[in-house]
Design a protein around this ligand. Structure first.
Ligand code: R5P
Length: 298
């Protein structure tokens, strides 16, 4: 087996190292007009490929590169392609939300992305803490989608080492509840789920006021992703009003769009922590061991 990537430049070689297999990154470039150029310098006859590839930043370009790469790998003789896409873009668009609200007909982008991944050579797909598995769980993908890897244990390890006392783990919304509950229980601390809602016109999030004071000095707000940072901002404000002093913001996927970091700093967030599903300065937790376990544990 061989590990291949284009843009998970730190994660993919780390997995190859853990598995003691060869790693390959094709020649890669971008033409002046923005189109990607990918070239392999060898064939892959009879080989199994583990493709590890993020889809952010520039999700459309990254996805297109995956479709092209996997199609080409198959043409070059690869017999099986397993893809681990640690951050799979478009999975927040898993339903026609406009139809539900009687406002037209949205494209369900998650359906297109998953179909394209399957139809361009990937045999088996894994994601990590994906926002929604609604499309991936459809019966037609039952042999294709092999699972969503859960990174909670890595966050537990990271925070256990800090030995933070007087701590509560907080989910900013229902979607983050299961993860927050798991991390809290493994750290042996309490957990709280906030009630987030979005303004129907502006789309901006807000948090329902907490009914009582929280008697905790420290908190970890944990979510699947930080995008604009607005969710963490409103959650942090509510927690402060309730008496919490120190706030850590943790997520699996740190998209950190535009001035998200500045917004979080404005809320005096002590530290922003993410995995390397997207490689940037916040990715302090490596997913390498979690991905390697797919092959070392049966
Ligand atoms: C939404 O349900 C997600 O789990 C995140 O809470 C959300 O996408 C974070 O986005 P933002 O940082 O833009 O508030």
């Amino acid at each position: 087996m061989r590990v291949v990537t284009i843009n998970s430049k730190l994660l993919a070689p780390a997995v190859a190292k853990e598995l003691d297999v060869e790693f390959l990154r094709p020649s890669y470039g971008t033409f002046p007009d923005g189109e990607s150029y990918i070239r392999f310098n060898r064939r892959f006859d009879g080989e199994e490929i583990l493709l590890i590839q993020t889809t952010y930043p520039h999700q459309d370009k990254r996805l297109h590169e995956i479709y092209c790469t996997t199609r080409r790998l198959k043409k070059l003789g690869a017999v099986r392609i397993t893809a681990v896409i640690p951050y799979l873009a478009y999975m927040r668009q898993h339903r026609d939300f406009s139809e539900i609200e009687g406002e037209g007909y949205e494209i369900i982008s998650a359906e297109i992305v998953v179909a394209n991944l399957r139809n361009n050579g990937i045999d088996e797909l894994y994601t990590v803490d994906v926002h929604s598995t609604e499309v991936l769980d459809k019966p037609e993908y039952s042999t294709f989608f092999k699972g969503d890897l859960d990174s909670s244990s890595l966050f537990v390890k990271y925070f256990a080492q800090k030995g933070i006392k007087n701590l509560i783990v907080v989910a900013p919304d229902d979607n983050a509840k299961a993860k927050a509950e798991k991390v809290a229980s493994k750290l042996g601390v309490n957990f709280l789920s906030l009630s987030k809602y979005r303004d129907k016109v502006t789309g901006e999030p807000d948090i329902k006021q907490l009914s009582k004071k929280l008697h905790y000095e420290n908190t970890i707000i944990i979510d699947d992703m930080i995008s604009t940072g607005d969710t963490v901002v409103v959650a942090a404000r509510e927690l402060r009003v309730s008496g919490v002093k120190n706030i850590f913001a943790a997520c699996t996927h740190a998209l950190m769009v535009n001035d998200a970091e500045r917004k979080l700093k404005g809320e005096r967030i002590l530290e922003i922590i993410s995995t390397n599903s997207i490689e940037n300065k916040f990715s302090k937790i490596s997913l390498a061991s979690l991905i390697a376990k797919l092959y070392t544990q049966s």
